[in-house]
Design a protein around this ligand. Sequence first.
Ligand code: SF4
Length: 364
Amino acid sequence: MRTRRTTRRVTVGNLFLGGDSPIRVQGMTNVHTRSLEACLEQVHALIERGCELVRLAVPRAEDTAALRRIVEQVDVPIVADVHFQYRRALEAIEAGAAKIRLNPGNVRERRQVEQVIAACKANGCAIRVGVNEGSLPGRLSAAERRDTPELVRRMMETLQGYVEIFEANRFENLVLSVKSHDVRCCLAAYRAASRRFDYPLHLGLTHAGDPLTGSVRSAAALGVLLAEGIGDTLRISLAGDPLTEIEVGWELLTSLGLRPRRHPQLIACPTCGRMEIDLLAMVRQVKTVLQQIAEPITVAVMGCVVNGPGEAEGADVALCGGRDKVVIYRAGQKVAVVPAEQAAEALLEQIHIFCRRSERDVPS
Ligand code: SF4
């Protein structure tokens, strides 16, 4: 792991991005912002799951009107995602958005960008310049789209041109992103951006795919960048439930030791022909209970004695399967040996005891 690169520190509502502030996990709703009730419900669920900035799409004036109501009811920064219409940005800033995302590919007129900058200055609002490989200005031929160095050159040229407008207007509350759906292009673009600019970088692999494919591809790209010290905030873009994006984002950061764990960690063996218990059923049962616990305990569910005792002794609570019996551990010590059919219940009992002893609040 390389030391995190030094960036400016940008204020976004009640938190900082960049500098020595933690790498933030962002998310985005996938319902219409103007469907206020549904949107607010999703915003609250995202925050509950650990989302530190929530982005909302605002394609219509009704969306920026709803954004105002949402800003009033939550205390995490709300980011307005603006494409094509700079007026949506002006409305969102006036409605209390903490940050605006502008796409240089579709809000191009300098005069309009300068109006947004002036409004942001007046309202203490930050701006992310979000260059996206899929919406670069001008037409790209199929050959150019397959040419990673050329794509990166075009992305950097677009970013540079846009940033110059902000710098000419002495606006520095700026975050940058250079997203691509391609892992290698994403790596090259962010490396180039980190060499050229000292603004905080918002990491993301755009259009990453379904939760399984998208999580792997996002981890491949963002994991490498983070290990190189690049990145100040991230959003995992997945098709599907936006709450999964938050879980994956946190898992990525905690796996790299870049943020402390907030939620339980479940270690489970991959299962094999040595297994003597119905491990998958137990994993499902334990996972359901762990989702209700907001404490960073480590629980291990292991199928046999090959690796079981070692993992169990290092976990807060664990079970290790045997022929007909299962050994239960708490804080590294064997505390019970129970028949296999009682294993899940015995493990859950020990999770509750462990959390109570740590003065942790666990649902029954
Ligand atoms: S812990 Fe045992 S059952 Fe699980 S994968 Fe390893 S050898 Fe197989």
